[in-house]
Design a protein around this ligand. Sequence first.
Ligand code: ADP
Length: 416
Amino acid sequence: MSLSKQNVTEALRGVQGATGKDLAGHLLWVSACDTYASVKLQHPGTKADLAKVAALAFGAVERMATAQGTKVDSFIAEFVDDAGTLVHTEKFGGLNAARLAKPDTAGTAVPPKAALLQSAGPESRRTEGHTPIGGLKPTPQGAADPLPGVKHIIAVGAGKGGVGKSTVALNLAVGLAKRGHAVGLLDGDIYGPSMPTMLGLENLETVVHEGLLQPFVVAGIKCMTIGKLVAPDKPLIWRGPMAHGAFKQLTEQTRWGELDYLVIDLPPGTGDVSLTMAQMLKVTGAVVVCTPQKVAQDDAWRAAKMFQQLGVTVLGVVENMSYFVGDDGKVYDIFGRGGAEHMAQRLGVPFLGAVPITMSLRANSDKGDPTANYTGTDRAGLELKQKLEEMVRNLEGQVALAGMKLGEERPTLRVS
Ligand code: ADP
C-alpha cells in the first residue's frame, strides 16, 4: 500500500484545523506517490500557527501510513492565503532531513549546480569554478539499462522552440497518471527548463538522499528538472560534453523508483541531448510536437527523421495550437489546422491528436497547475480536456503496439 490522494485526504479529515473545519476542508490539492506526499492548504494563521497545523497534518498522515504498512519519506505542506499566494511551507519525513544546500544567495552555500557539473566532462570543470560537494554519486559507466525500474520511456521532441513541446510532455505525463499509471517527467530541456514554472516547483527544495536526487512529487507525477539545480537567472550555456553529462546525471542520479512511464521533455531541434538519450536509454518511442504551419512542419519533419536515424520509433505526431474555439463555440483555424496530421501521413507515423489553443491551458501552465487542464467545465475547457484525453489514449495504444513489436507482449486470440 502506498500513499495516495484518497488515503492522504482521508487522514486529513480526522484533523481539526484552527477554523473549526477539518483539514480536508482546507485542502486545495494533494499529490501522492509511493512514500511521498505534498498538500496545499488554504488556511489562515501566523507562520507559527501554520507550522502547528502542518505538524498535525503530518502526524495524521504518518499514523495512517503506519496503519497501512507503509511509511512517509517526504511530506510537504504548503499554505496559501485567500488570494492563493504561498505564505508558508513545512517539510517532514526522513528525506527532508537531508536537504541539498539552497542556491547560493549569501555566498556561503555551494550551489547544487556544482554537484551536477562535477562529472559533466572536462569542459564543465574548466568553465565552472565551484567546489564540488559530495552529494551525488559518480555516474555508473557501461550500465546496459540505467533505469531498470522504468517500463516505458517516451521522448517528446520538436523541430523548434515555442511550439508547445513542454506543454504536451507535461500534459501527457499528467494524463497518463490520471489513467492510473506511475509516471515520471524528466525535464531534459537543459537549455530552457520549463517545469519549475509549469509544475510550480519554485518554492520546493531539492533533496538529495543517499547520493540520489529525490524527484519532486507534484500533480500526481514525479519530476526532475535542471531548473531546480541552477540559479534561475543564469543563462544555461552547455558545450556538447557538458550537455551530455548534465542529461546523463539528471536521468541516472534521480531516484525514479518503479515507473510505468518516464516522459522526457527534450530540448528543441536535433542536438546533443537527443543523441545522448538514444545512446544511453532504451527508449520506447518518441512523440513529435508540431504546430500546423508549413514552416513548423519542415522542422518537425527533421526532428522525426532524427529519431528514426537514432533508431527511436516515432510513436506519433501531436498537432498543438491546432485551432481555437471562441466563447460562441465558433472554431477558428488560426494556423491552418490539419497540417501536422498531413505531415504524419507523409512520414507514415500515427497522428496522436490535436490540442486547441486554450487560454486556460496557458494560464494553468503559468501558475503551475496542469491538473486543471483535465477539469475544465466551460466550452473551451471541456474541449481541451477531451482532446488531451484522446491524445493520452492514443499514445497508450501506440506504446502497447510498440511493445508488441519488441516482443514484450503478444496479442492473444480467444476462440469460444
Ligand atoms: P516549447 O516547449 O515548445 O518551447 P512551451 O510548451 O514552453 O513550448 O509553450 C510555449 C508557450 O505557449 C507557453 O507559454 C505555453 O503555456 C503556451 N502554449 C503552448 N501550447 C498552448 C496551447 N495549446 N494553448 C495556449 N497556450 C499554449
